[in-house]
Design a protein around this ligand. Structure first.
Ligand code: DAT
Ligand code: MG
Length: 142
């Protein structure tokens, strides 16, 4: 089924010049890019985006990470893109992410750091629609 998902290239991806590599993987899988925008984001946006995580002990570190530089926000569309993109991303923790996945190939755990896993993908069709409405309020639903 055709779905949409929100992809974010996080500030470490921007800093390490991996935007092109990540976009390449979106395109190689055959997904369509419907919107893309480079921006720096506010804590207020992140509080909504990560509404299930705001009370976690690691949340302040996550906000610091996500506000440390530009983010490339992308809406991608395709057959089963939500789960498909999660599979391409790999495990949340780079050291546990399989080789061949984006996080397995391009991200690393650094001692003492919070998890810096280079890219985001919505975890369900419902989250995807919620996140797309938050990041791209002007994008039509059709
Ligand atoms: P994912 O990004 O794989 O969907 P998530 O939604 O559970 O993972 O968490 C969102 C982000 O929060 C994740 O990309 C990195 C950070 N994070 C999650 N669990 C963490 C932890 N135990 N310690 C530090 N950061 C964490
Ligand atoms: Mg998540």
């Amino acid at each position: 089924m055709t779905e949409r998902t929100l992809i974010l290239v996080k500030p470490d991806g921007y800093r390490r010049k991996k935007m092109g590599e990540i976009l390449k993987r979106v395109e190689e899988k055959g997904y369509d890019i419907v919107a893309a925008d480079l921006r720096t984001v506010s804590k207020e946006l992140l509080d909504q985006h990560y509404n299930e995580l705001v009370d976690k002990p690691f949340y302040p570190g996550l906000v610091e990470y996500m506000t440390s530089g530009p983010i490339l926000a992308i809406v991608a569309q395709g057959d089963s893109v939500v789960q498909g993109w999660r599979t391409l991303l790999g495990n949340t923790q780079p050291s546990k992410a399989a080789p061949g996945t984006i996080r397995g190939d391009l991200a690393r755990d650094w001692p003492g750091d919070e998890v810096r896993n280079i890219a985001h993908g919505s975890d369900s069709v419902e989250s995807a629609e919620r996140e797309i409405a938050l990041w791209f309020p002007n994008l039509s639903n059709n």
